[in-house]
Ligand binder design. Structure first.
Ligand code: NAP
Length: 501
């Protein structure tokens, strides 16, 4: 679109992780230069900056886990390690001149909308007035701490996996880990090699699918460097497989589900010969109900002599260790909480107020919902990246963000041209969109009887219940009939001073 005769917006991007970097690059490409980027930490990278636990890696193939406009021939492994992914994001942010533009160590504390503008106050007390806000604050960034009696009385070192304590050497120590999710499986595989003894406290077994890793040789990397199309092809093959096998398996294709289930169950049968241990590791829910874990090392790790899989359930924790419901005390020097995240907090605790003083807590008091995952009725000119019902599940969040950033830019374009006075989806559009989601949910495997972080308080999955292809199609063009053409009249709330008078 030629935007030479149109309004040029100012945009605040909150967060300089994978999505914030992408959004800033894409806004620039669209000719928008007035961009303020706030980042709470001292580096870009988001989740890859925060998760530094041993074994941290991506379980989506690395050539698929890159921006489509900036492939990376340097990946060392098919499943890239966290450190290399963090380097990649830093490099991209530097190359595109984003790093210099980020206001580091400055988070967004408060923001309110009034009469076509957003008024922001940062943690440093700086104030900004902008036309648009893009919350690129990620999904899994609020560590969830378990509610277990006596947790705080533990006398040894204890930390959450997202806050890894690198000062403690685990070699030779008695280590306990709570949880067996994607994070725990990576950590366990790694620390089992050095811990004196490792007790894995498993509440619910997980299905684990094999996904062989591969180290890229210098020759392979040189070929990728010489021929970028080779990288595209590698990425596209992985994407094709994920879209047409796994994504369909969890959203209703019985045949695909049977194939994935067979592969996963065979993996358990072949990897764990001891029937008692195998029984402990066998879930009673369908494959894919919880996020499927891809690992070639976890089963091997739990069969080591220095590892014990504890399934009796935790009764309480005290200074010396963990007591399980069978009355056994497990003496520990270190306790690691691999207990996941609170995914429904999104950009909170930010004090976010939209039109008519509506707070985000009020808007979401009954249910966390959005229109097309990115737009919130009552919050004009505000976009939430990777919001509720983004098609998470084992797929590249980068690909998801790329689709969403295009959608957001198209909406900003409509504002620039004056087609939309403000960008605000209607309540009715949100209701219709969520009814459409609900219809698809019944066919998904996520409602197959397990508990997972995918489910909200009502037990509804916060995922996209149809195919990736359908999501791309529905996100290709904004349906302007779902937006207010003219800004709804504002009932401007009284300011405290006015109230007192
Ligand atoms: P998670 O999947 O939510 O797993 C949390 C684990 O902690 C579960 O095993 C859970 O048991 C256990 N747990 C929680 N509270 C407990 C309690 N009070 N007592 C006992 N056990 C308790 O969290 P995660 O492993 O950090 O993974 C979260 C997501 O991060 C993944 O699903 C994935 O999307 C992402 N991730 C991705 C990668 C990657 O390679 N791309 C790697 C790591 C993480 P229950 O099952 O019984 O609830």
């Amino acid at each position: 679109m030629d935007n030479s005769n149109t309004r040029n917006p100012s945009v605040a991007v909150i967060g300089a992780g994978m999505t914030g970097i992408l959004m800033a690059i894409k806004l620039r490409e669209a000719g928008i230069s007035d961009i303020t980027i706030l980042e709470k930490a001292d580096k870009v990278g988001g989740t890859w900056r925060e998760n530094t636990y041993p074994g941290v890696a991506c379980d989506v193939p690395s050539h698929m886990y890159t921006y489509a406009f900036r492939r990376n021939p340097e990946w060392n492994h098919r499943m890239a390690h966290g450190e290399q992914i963090q380097d990649y994001f830093q490099q991209v942010a530097n190359e595109y001149g984003i790093t210099d533009q980020v206001r580091f160590n400055e988070s967004l504390d408060k923001s309110h909308y009034r009469d076509g503008k957003w008024y922001l106050t940062s943690s440093k007390g700086n104030e900004f007035v902008v036309d648009f806000v893009v919350a690129a604050t990620g999904i899994l960034h609020h560590p969830a701490y378990p509610e277990i009696k006596g947790l705080d009385s533990f006398g040894g070192a204890m930390w959450h996996t997202a806050r890894w304590n690198h000062d403690v050497d685990l070699a030779g120590k008695r280590v306990g880990i709570i949880g067996t999710g994607s994070t725990a499986c990576q950590v366990i595989s790694e620390i089992a090699k050095t811990a004196g003894h490792l007790t894995v406290f498993q509440r619910t077994p997980q299905w684990i699918c094999p996904l062989p890793d591969h180290d890229y040789s210098e020759t392979e990397k040189a070929r990728m460097r010489a021929n970028p199309k080779r990288m595209d092809r590698t990425a596209n093959v992985s994407a094709f497989l994920f879209r047409n096998t796994f994504s369909k398996a969890v959203t209703g294709s019985k045949l695909n589900h049977a194939v994935i289930s067979w592969l996963t169950k065979r993996n358990l049968r072949r990897s764990v010969r001891d029937p008692e241990l195998r029984a402990k590791l066998t879930p009673d829910y369908p494959v894919g109900c919880k996020r499927l874990i891809f690992s070639n090392t976890f089963y091997e790790a739990v069969q080591r002599e220095n590892v014990h899989l504890e399934t009796h359930g935790i009764d309480h924790i005290e200074a010396g260790g963990v007591t399980t419901r069978d009355g056994n005390q497990h003496d520990l020097d270190v306790l690691i909480l691999a207990t996941g995240f609170s995914p429904f907090n999104f950009m909170r605790p930010m004090d976010l107020r939209g039109r008519d003083g509506l707070s985000i807590d009020e808007a979401w008091s009954k249910k966390v919902q959005a229109y097309r995952s990115v737009c919130l009725p009552g919050f004009p000119n505000f976009f939430l990246m990777l919001g509720p019902n983004t098609p998470i599940g084992n797929y590249s969040v980068i690909a998801m963000s790329e689709v969403q950033s295009q959608y957001v830019l198209k909406l900003i374009d409509r504002w620039r041209s004056g087609t939309l006075e403000t960008v605000e989806a209607t309540e009715d559009a949100k209701a219709r969109f969520n009814a459409h989601l609900r219809k698809g949910m019944a066919n998904t495997v996520w409602v197959g009887g397990c508990q997972s972080w995918y489910l909200d308080e009502d037990g509804d999955p916060a995922l996209w219940p149809y195919s990736w292809q359908q999501w791309e199609k529905e996100m290709a063009e904004p349906d302007l009939g779902d937006f207010h053409r003219r800004a709804p009249a504002e009932i401007v709330p009284l300011q405290p001073a006015e109230k007192a008078a």
